[in-house]
Design a binder for this molecule. Structure first.
Ligand SMILES: *Cc1c(COP(=O)(O)O)cnc(C)c1O
Length: 355
């Protein structure tokens, strides 16, 4: 396996107050960087002091948005740390790479790169309840020319950021606005890939919703603007008349690892779980008839995030009396219990490292 060179920082930064971390504001002392070109493949893998990345003004990523990323977390345990299903993230990054014509990564080597970097930065894994070390691997096309084509050069980087809870308010029901104008992705496009461009397309609706006092937007499909897709940068699930329903992976929905884990747990718990099309009409009719029992978003950053209000075309629909639903809370407790090492990991989801 390729060797990883380590160049340590001469001076270490002062660590932030772990009780005031916020999300993605602080970065550790080192980062992992590796280069790709067609001739050599991936090469020059190294851990270096955290710093700016020099970039050519004609670099592909700056003009044509050839960028993909992942988001995962490491949690401090009594004798080291653990990551939650890291191989799933690496596999998904390779699916994203394939869609954007970026080079794929060797799974085992990428896991080794993650482990080497996180172990070096162990002291940065915060120890307070609700905190973790957020891991952001990303890759960009880096040809130094303006031609539009699949790239021949790429850069892969991993940076680490100690984080608190995603939402400043903790897990409280959020207010969601159903977006009827902008769309995030369309089938055949890049919706299932975790790429920067999807986010660029989503910012305007997010900004408008925020200005009106909403936390996130609920996306509808890009063709008919009729079917529910995702909520902000999270997958979404509903408990409708006892059934757990979530949008099926049609190509424009991001296949979340938290989504997959929730579905597996819910099936084990004996719920009827359906991955299917859910129209906005069905959802709001269920809300009016009192059949929409709970609604929540799922994603690595917030884990499980209850939805208290759904706003669509000037009408506000309250969900679960704007309280955290019973099942939403149970799912949150189960998943975070496994991730923080407080509940037995019977499914073998955690990748444990002793330090
Ligand atoms: C990352 C992401 C998710 C959640 O995926 P997880 O693997 O659960 O973190 C959902 N939707 C979008 C658009 C995302 O980028």
């Amino acid at each position: 396996m390729m060797e990883i060179k380590i160049e340590k920082a001469k001076t270490l930064k002062q660590k932030p107050d772990f009780s005031k971390l916020g999300f993605g504001k602080f970065f550790t002392d080192h980062m992992f960087v590796m280069q790709y070109n067609d001739k050599e493949g991936w090469h020059d893998a190294k851990i270096v002091p955290f710093d700016y990345i020099p970039i050519h003004p004609a670099s592909t990523v700056l003009h044509y948005g050839a960028e993909i990323f992942e988001g995962m977390k490491a949690y401090r345990t009594d004798d080291g740390y653990q990551m939650f299903r890291p191989i799933e993230n690496i596999k998904r990054m390779n699916d994203s790479a394939e869609r954007l014509c970026l080079p794929t990564l060797d799974e085992e080597f990428t896991l080794k790169a993650l482990e080497t970097l996180i172990t070096l930065e162990y002291d940065w894994i915060p120890n307070l309840p609700g905190t973790s070390l957020y891991i952001r691997p990303f890759m960009f096309g880096n040809d130094e020319s303006l031609g539009v084509h699949a790239v021949h050069n790429a850069t892969f980087v991993i940076i680490l950021s100690p984080v608190g809870s995603y939402y400043a308010e903790g897990i409280n029901p959020v207010k969601i606005s159903i977006e009827s104008e902008d769309v995030r992705a369309v089938r055949g496009g890049t919706g299932y890939a975790k790429c920067g461009g999807n986010y660029a397309a989503s910012l305007r609706a997010g900004k408008r919703a925020e200005a009106k006092g909403f936390t996130q937007v609920l996306w509808l499909d890009g063709v008919e603007r009729k079917y529910i897709e995702e909520v902000g940068a999270m997958n979404v699930m509903f408990k409708i008349d006892g059934e757990i329903a979530t949008p099926e992976l049609t190509g424009s929905v991001l296949p979340g690892i938290t989504r997959k884990s929730c579905l597996e747990i819910l099936k084990e718990w004996g719920y009827k779980v359906s991955e299917r099309l859910i129209s906005v009409d069905e959802l709001l009719t269920a809300a009016e008839n009192g059949k929409l029992e709970e609604a929540w978003g799922t994603g690595t950053a917030a884990v499980v995030s209850p939805i208290g209000h759904l706003f669509y075309k000037d009408v506000d629909h309250v969900v679960s009396n704007n309280q955290i639903g019973e099942l939403t809370q149970k799912l949150y407790d189960e998943l975070t219990g496994i991730q923080w090492g407080k509940k037995p990991d019977v499914r073998g989801w955690c990748y444990k490292v002793k330090v």
